[in-house]
Write a protein that binds this ligand. Structure first.
Ligand code: PEP
Length: 258
């Protein structure tokens, strides 16, 4: 079985002004330098903070990511940011297809797939989000919905892999929509079922070596009190954390639970 180092990714969403954001990132960087963590930490601040957060985390091992990108490298797209611009700002990752973007901006899986191709073109690792709504789960359609999102959102070509534990240049995040920001979390057995299904699809799509190297994160109200239980589930290779990533002690404690 592939060894996959856990990734603890903080999605700050549209939160944080300069002073607080830089201090939060700098404090996390300081902790990582003082005490090498057992996982990879990633912070995804809003766009206006990318360059100053890149400076605050330099040399600490904490990675930087964007929260979205356009499909084009440049051009007449007011208000958008390209994957190349994220890379230029110091990002190694970009979150794509978050349910808030699928809902607020009507992003389809085919658009998410095109954005994933743009991320690959710019040398970024895409974190592609999938997940069912409460109605879809209640109707017994969770796996079906997730499967079609995986099949339609992920890049057609296999991501690159390197021999290290964090080797694949693609990450999938399973985020049940009803668990995001609600305080509700999927049960470990539901998470295990979904992650095993996603793993099976990744192996089918990209072959055994690459499919086994891709990290699958769980997201949805992860906090210090439930992190250890969730991180112990098979095929859970880390967490995508919203609210708790804005509190240093909580985010650090989630990383320590790996
Ligand atoms: C998220 O934004 O991806 C998320 C999982 O948020 P929260 O941890 O607040 O539920």
């Amino acid at each position: 079985m592939a060894m996959r180092r856990k990734l603890i990714a903080g999605n700050w969403k549209m939160n944080g002004l300069r002073a607080g954001g830089i201090a939060l990132a700098g404090d996390l960087a300081g902790k990582c330098k003082a005490e090498a963590p057992n996982c990879d930490f990633l912070v995804c601040p809003p766009a206006h903070l990318l360059i100053s957060v890149a400076e605050a985390i330099a040399g600490s091992g904490v990675a930087l990511g964007g929260q979205d990108c356009h499909t084009a490298a440049s051009g007449a797209h007011t208000g958008d940011m390209s994957a190349e611009m994220l890379a230029d700002a110091g990002c190694g990752f970009v979150i794509l297809g978050h349910s808030e973007r699928r809902a607020d901006h009507g992003e389809s899986s085919s658009l998410v797939r095109a954005k994933a191709a743009a991320a690959e073109r710019a040398g970024l690792t895409a974190i592609v989000c999938v997940g069912e709504t409460a109605d879809e789960r209640e109707a017994g359609k969770a796996l079906e919905v997730i499967e079609s999102q995986v099949r339609e959102s992920l890049p057609e070509t296999a991501p690159e892999t390197a021999p290290e534990a964090a080797g694949a240049s693609l990450v999938v995040a399973y985020e049940p929509v009803w668990a995001i920001g609600t305080g509700l979390t999927a049960t470990p057995s539901d998470v295990a079922e979904v992650h095993a299904h996603i793993r099976k699809l990744l192996v089918e799509l990209y072959g055994n070596d690459t499919g086994s190297a891709i990290r699958i994160l769980y997201g949805g109200s992860v906090k210090p009190g439930n992190a250890a239980e969730l991180m112990a589930v098979g095929d859970v290779d880390g967490a995508l954390v919203g609210g708790a990533s804005l509190k240093l002690d909580d985010f650090w404690a989630i990383g320590r639970s790996c």
